[in-house]
Design a binder for this molecule. Structure first.
Ligand SMILES: *Cc1c(COP(=O)(O)O)cnc(C)c1O
Length: 405
């Protein structure tokens, strides 16, 4: 399929280009010593990850340990209540550890092992990426250093406990605001010193090349499975698909299975409390072009041009930029990006729980809320939503802040 002069038959092979660009977005803007380490990972990715042995091992792990393929569920009651459109969810919440993140963490850590490294390094904010990394590292018997701000360590005690039980070393970062940004800096600093023995594993389709490509490719399984399952279930393609976008990994993998199809694609960012800077994390909606964390994309900036403070009820979505591929897909119009605020999100959280007995992650509830809204604007047809994770981690917070609805 051609769209805006781009041939989507060959898109996944041609994007990004050798330097890691999706159009003008992406690339690698990092110090020279780190560039050598990135080149090593890129080289290893194209040789090791494309080998029969690696592919077979990752497939076996996904089947026997992770719980793949995850099913698609038809939301029959919710659909009936909304009208004539049929809603479906791809159940990434049923992955081991409760979200899509393990899809790329298992791939990244298996690659590190094949590269002969002893250790993996990562940062975490809310702790979800840290837990997935700690799980993957334990599975492959690798050392694991997780950098985390002391403020987040206090807020996310259960995830810190999980990481420690799994054998990871949680490194407390105390400088500055002691949250995610400082943790990223500290993890990169450690990696610059340790790259001979370690691999840095990023948590989304962000950062310098090859990460946006590598993480998308490891998440491609979600879109590939979903497309085949949906066609088998219904005999046709969905009319529209929806996923939430923080850094954009669950969306990138899910979308990648449908880019070459006549399917409307929607990426949903968090509008939080409203449109004022600092009240949301809708970078693609309100941001401008810029470079942060080693890549060129669309980002939210403060008056000094630095990454702006962001907010969302979903801690997994509060990132001031999005992966370069999303900036690109937006610029050519192949994917439409829209927003959902906190209130609509919490409403969807309770509706899915009550009507379909699935408690979704607050991140994923953004996509569910948009799917419900979209259904009301369509006369008939079907919408497939990527349910990126389960909501167990969010229950206490939702009850405390919003009460039972
Ligand atoms: C981390 C997380 C996200 C956001 O990450 P993306 O890279 O944008 O996918 C979304 N949903 C869940 C459940 C998460 O844990």
């Amino acid at each position: 399929m051609k769209f805006n002069n781009i041939d989507f038959d060959t898109y996944l092979k041609n994007y990004p280009d050798e330097k890691g660009y999706f159009g003008k977005y992406g690339g690698s803007y990092i110090p020279e010593n780190l560039q050598a380490a990135m080149d090593e990972i890129t080289e290893a990715y194209f040789t090791i990850c494309k080998s029969r042995k690696f592919i077979d091992e990752l497939r076996r792990i996904r089947r026997e340990f992770q719980g793949r393929p995850t099913p698609i569920s038809h939301l029959e009651r919710l659909s009936t209540k909304l009208g004539n459109v049929q809603l479906y969810v791809k159940r990434e919440d049923l992955n081991h550890t409760g979200a899509h993140k393990l899809n790329h963490c298992m791939g990244e850590v298996l690659l590190a092992k094949y590269m002969g490294k002893k250790k993996v390094i990562a940062e975490t904010g809310a702790g979800q990426h840290g837990v997935a990394m700690a799980t993957a590292a334990a599975y492959f018997g690798m050392e694991c250093d997780i950098y985390m701000g002391s403020v987040d360590i206090k807020k996310q005690a259960p995830n810190v406990a999980r990481m420690k039980i799994l054998g990871a070393n949680v490194v407390e970062v105390t400088h500055g605001l002691a949250t995610l940004k400082e943790a990223v800096d500290a993890a990169f600093e450690a990696y610059a010193k340790e790259y001979k023995d370690a691999v840095y594993c990023i948590g989304s389709v962000v950062g310098p090349h090859p990460f946006p490509m590598m993480v998308r490719d490891f998440q491609h399984v979600v879109g590939e499975e979903a497309r085949a399952q949906f066609v088998q279930m219904t005999g046709e393609l969905p009319d529209a698909i929806v996923a939430c976008v923080g850094g954009g990994s669950n969306a990138a993998g899910f979308f990648s299975g449908f880019l070459n199809d006549p399917v409307d694609i929607y990426g949903i960012e968090p509008l939080g409390r409203g449109t004022a800077l600092g009240d949301h994390a809708a970078s693609l909606q309100y941001g401008t072009e810029g470079i942060m964390h080693g890549f060129n994309s669309i980002m939210l900036k403060d008056e000094n041009g630095e990454p702006a403070p962001v907010y969302s009820v979903a801690s997994g979505l509060d990132y001031p930029s999005s992966g370069p591929e999303h900036a690109f897909l937006q610029s050519i119009g192949r994917v439409k990006y829209d927003v959902i605020d906190d209130e609509e999100t919490i409403d969807a959280f309770f509706k899915l729980s009550r009507m379909e007995c699935i408690i979704p992650a607050i991140e994923s509830s953004h996509a569910v809320a948009f799917g419900m809204k979209l259904a009301k604007t369509m006369e008939h047809g079907s919408i497939l939503i990527n349910l990126s994770g389960r909501g167990d981690k969010d229950m206490d917070y939702v009850i405390e802040k919003y009460g039972i609805r």
